[in-house]
Design a protein around this ligand. Structure first.
Ligand SMILES: O=C(O)C1=C[C@@H](OP(=O)(O)O)[C@@H](O)[C@H](O)C1
Ligand SMILES: C=C(OP(=O)(O)O)C(=O)O
Length: 482
């Protein structure tokens, strides 16, 4: 597939492509299919990354073996399962039911063979690098953490300094990033700790998740000027309570976790609503209807904001029992919104905004510069490369309508950049999404699901159908296991 070559020097547009070819070339580039007709699709979205990784942690520190049902199999969750297994809480995967044997009640004493250093590879997963150091601190042995090169610039300092304040030995040479080694004391007392979580809610979630196993529990106070992703902290509180842990969250910015047993017996994961976002947005871009079954009535996932956001941007959102349906006409409106509660949705909403008939302002998301990549910079750069107008602000983006053209869309190891590129490509012929496999971080079958959603409505902007979709408009949605 000649998906990346420019036609003339200085022309950012890719050369014409063979419309009968599979849209992912040997170079890993997705020639984003254009929607040639209105959609009529039902998309089964696999389990939530955030819930899968929280439940795995809770099951690992529980008093008895447990099962996480409906687990997402993606690189972020497989990293978590591998790490827990390496640390002494084996995770046994049987389809989407993952059985967890918890850590032994007593930590291995220094000098035994079990006291040799263990290693955790975090990949690029924020949940692994932020949730596991407090768990490792319970084990009384050195645990070395590292990750992929882009993970080494993601902020970790507040978690590491909080652990030090709790008596844990941390060797990070003061960098506040991966790699580092954490060695817990023989008895981790816990107590009170101050944390500036303006860089990531995961600093709070990680400490709270392990805190019931600290001898005195934990009182954590957030000290920073802003607090992103509060729904994700509420998710942490909710899963702890589901596991029988006593959590007081009655004072803003302060959480108290009582010491006590953790019950992780039978935990069920909801579909990942943030991963549903590009599919639901596709209905606005292409017109037609996209349905997502299993939409929870209540949830702490930030994707619960999607109905409101997509209505404001021109969609019609309806619920029929557990099915959420979004219908679009092809008209997309701009929006002015503070996304600090749902920064995870920003790349998708930004992509949708590039196709809108009025400007969009996304605010309150300075912290997403510390996500998989600097997402404000990445989005502004790639939208501009497509001919769009996107400006970074101190805490977000301003996107102004402009005619777009095809070009190479860089993804920077960021799954949500890849899905953002595919979304724009539904309307803009010739968008080449680089390294589409990066979607494997949370959605390994993204391309199959995307083609399934499009069915015979897909083409490369040439008027010819791709012929690679299922033609039924219904995606299998099953994650690849392994
Ligand atoms: O706790 C979690 O599962 C998450 C919290 C959020 O992190 P930030 O607070 O760093 O945005 C979110 O963006 C991330 O995708 C998942
Ligand atoms: C920010 C994200 O991931 P992580 O859990 O690695 O922070 C994300 O999935 O959008």
């Amino acid at each position: 597939m000649t998906s990346t070559a420019s036609t003339t020097a200085g022309d950012p547009r890719p050369a014409p492509r063979d419309p009968s070819a599979h849209p992912v070339g040997a170079d890993g580039v997705l020639a984003a299919p254009v929607a040639l007709a209105a959609l009529d699709a039902t998309v089964d979205v696999p389990g939530s990354k955030s819930l899968t990784n929280r439940y795995l942690v809770l099951a690992a520190i529980a008093e008895a073996p447990g099962v996480v049902r409906g687990a997402l199999a993606s690189s972020d969750t497989l990293r978590m399962a591998e790490a827990l297994t390496a640390l002494g809480a084996p995770v046994d995967r049987d389809g989407s039911d993952w059985s967890v044997t918890p850590f032994p009640a007593a930590p291995p004493s220094a000098g035994t063979s079990a006291a040799v250093p263990a290693a955790v590879h975090c990949g690029l997963a924020g949940t692994v690098m932020r949730f596991l150091p407090p768990v490792a601190a319970l084990l009384g042995r050195p645990v070395r953490f590292d990750g992929e090169p882009p993970a080494r610039v993601r902020p970790m300092g507040p978690v590491l300094r909080a652990l030090e304040a709790l008596g844990v030995r941390v060797e990070d040479e003061g960098r506040g990033t991966l790699p580092f080694t954490v060695t817990g004391p023989p008895r981790l007392r816990g107590g009170h700790v101050d944390v500036d979580a303006s860089g990531s809610s995961q600093f709070v979630s990680g400490l709270l998740l392990a805190a019931a196993r600290f001898e005195d529990g934990l009182e954590l106070r957030h000290t920073g000027p802003t607090l992103p992703s509060l729904p994700h902290i509420e998710m942490t509180v909710a899963v702890l309570r589901e596991a029988g842990v006593d959590v007081d969250a009655s004072r803003p910015g302060i959480w108290r976790v009582a010491p006590g047993p953790v019950r992780g017996r039978d935990l069920r994961v909801e579909p990942d609503l943030s991963n549903a976002a590009p599919f639901l947005c596709a209905a606005l871009v292409a017109g037609g209807t996209v349905r997502v079954p299993g939409w929870p009535e209540r949830s702490t996932q930030p994707g619960m904001l999607l109905p409101e956001l997509l209505t404001a941007m021109g969609g019609v959102v309806e619920r029929d029992g557990e099915v959420l349906a979004v219908t679009g006409t092809g008209a997309v409106h701009g929006i002015d919104v503070d996304l600090h509660e749902a920064g995870e949705l920003a790349p998708t909403i930004a992509a949708l905004a590039t196709l809108a008939d009025s400007p969009t302002r996304l605010r309150g998301i300075a912290h997403i510069r510390g996500h998989e990549t600097d997402r404000l910079l990445a989005l502004a750069t790639e939208i501009t490369r497509l001919g769009g107008r996107a400006e970074q602000t101190s805490d977000g983006l301003v996107i102004t309508p402009a005619p777009l053209h095809g070009a190479r869309f860089e993804t920077y190891h960021d799954h949500r950049m890849a899905t953002a590129g595919a979304l724009i490509g539904l309307r803009v012929p010739g968008v080449d999404v680089v390294d589409v496999a990066t979607t494997g971080k949370t959605l390994p079958d993204f391309v199959g699901m995307w083609l399934g959603m499009l069915g015979t409505a897909a083409g490369l902007g040439t008027g010819a159908g791709l012929g690679t979709g299922t033609g039924t408009g219904t995606t299998p949605g099953a994650p690849t296991d392994g």
